[in-house]
Design a protein around this ligand. Structure first.
Ligand code: ATP
Ligand code: MG
Length: 333
């Protein structure tokens, strides 16, 4: 089994990113033997959208620091940035010869992002799924944790792998399976229980950032939108109360309980009682992460060194696969 997952380097990660994405990685790492998981920062993918060089550079380190602070352990997982492993780009070019325009044209992410303005989009945005296929196939990943939105891209990676193996008569690439976590919670905005917590929300009060101080966390929880009712015994009775449902969900994930256990614990209590408990819990869980993150951001050289070490390990795994692919298509290398 080999697990591979990537995330674009962005700054200012929040509770939703942690609970919905990063924590799943940490659990995957902790549940498997050392060396099973590879995690990378998709800095090459970031180029599919307009970038500010200094921001991309800073965000890559910040994201790596965040992953380390959240519990990704370079002794057990291979953590690296894509750009330091040239084989990603090289294999993507080879796979571009196998992928068909029609396949890429059908990708809903392309259709959504390009909209009516496909002509003005970057070529990288169109060929994004080919690079993604290279990311996965380079390491012969067997399991790829993905969100629902990325499932189609993984199916494309399987199609590319199948066609490559068939066209060149090799059994080089195993077909990767998507791992769609049923547990990954969707965390909603603290200001609007129907909108996703997001770093692009202009209101900072809508999210808890991983760099927020204890006081800021407490005050954001206190000011979070809720309602005047008490909590019911049954979590399912919160269906019409989006904000209440979200706060209970956050509590549950942070406490490692089911939402039903949380409503049972707080049944009959209002938010005057619930919010301070949630604030304490959020500070207990996020405080140590923030402290580690702050320390790492003060020592960016160490973070960069960790990424370089990860890249060396990734290169060692990737090189034979790239060689085999080059040989399969008949390149002199
Ligand atoms: P943007 O608003 O720019 O899209 P974002 O806050 O949605 O930013 P992304 O960088 O798009 O963050 O997502 C990074 C990862 O975090 C993805 O795996 C995504 O599914 C997950 N994620 C983002 N927001 C949430 C959320 N509110 N709840 C759960 N998971 C989330
Ligand atoms: Mg997003």
């Amino acid at each position: 089994m080999r697990v591979l997952s990537g995330i674009q380097p962005t700054g200012n990660l929040h509770l939703g990113n942690y609970l919905g994405a990063i924590k799943q990685w940490v659990q995957m790492q902790d549940a498997n033997p050392a060396g099973t998981c590879l995690f990378f920062l998709a800095d090459l993918h970031a180029l599919s959208q307009p970038v500010v060089a200094a921001e991309l550079h800073a965000n890559t380190i910040e994201m790596a620091a965040t992953l380390l602070a959240c519990g990704i352990d370079p002794a057990r997982s291979v953590l690296f940035n894509q750009a330091r492993v040239p084989a990603h780009s090289e294999l993507a070019w080879l796979l571009g010869g196998t992928a068909r325009m029609g396949w890429l044209n059908r990708m809903t992410q392309w259709k959504d992002k390009a909209g009516k303005s496909g002509e003005t989009q970057s070529v990288d945005l169109f060929t994004y799924p080919v690079l993604q296929a290279a990311d996965v196939l380079l390491y012969k990943a067997t399991h790829v944790p993905v969100g629902h939105d990325q499932k189609q891209h993984l199916e494309l990676a399987r199609d590319i792998a199948t066609k490559f193996n068939t066209d060149f008569g090799v059994e080089l690439f195993p077909l990767p399976e998507p791992l769609i976590s049923k547990e990954a919670p969707r965390i909603m905005s603290l200001r609007d229980g129907t909108a996703k917590m997001s770093k692009s929300d202009p209101s900072d009060a809508s999210r808890i950032n991983l760099v927020d101080s204890d006081d800021t966390i407490a005050s954001k929880v206190k000011k979070a939108k809720s309602d005047a009712d008490v909590l019911p015994e049954a979590f399912t009775d919160l269906e019409q109360r989006a904000e209440a449902k979200n706060l209970v969900t956050i509590y549950a994930v942070l406490a490692g309980k089911t939402p039903q256990e949380v409503t049972a614990d707080f049944a009959g209590k209002g938010f005057g009682a619930f919010k301070p408990a949630l604030a304490d819990l959020a500070i207990a869980v996020l405080g140590p992460i923030r402290d580690r993150l702050t320390a790492l951001l003060d020592d960016k050289a160490a973070v960069s060194a960790a990424l370089a070490e990860g890249a060396a390990k990734a290169n060692a795994i990737a090189a034979p696969t790239l060689r085999a692919a080059q040989a399969a298509v008949g390149l002199h290398v």
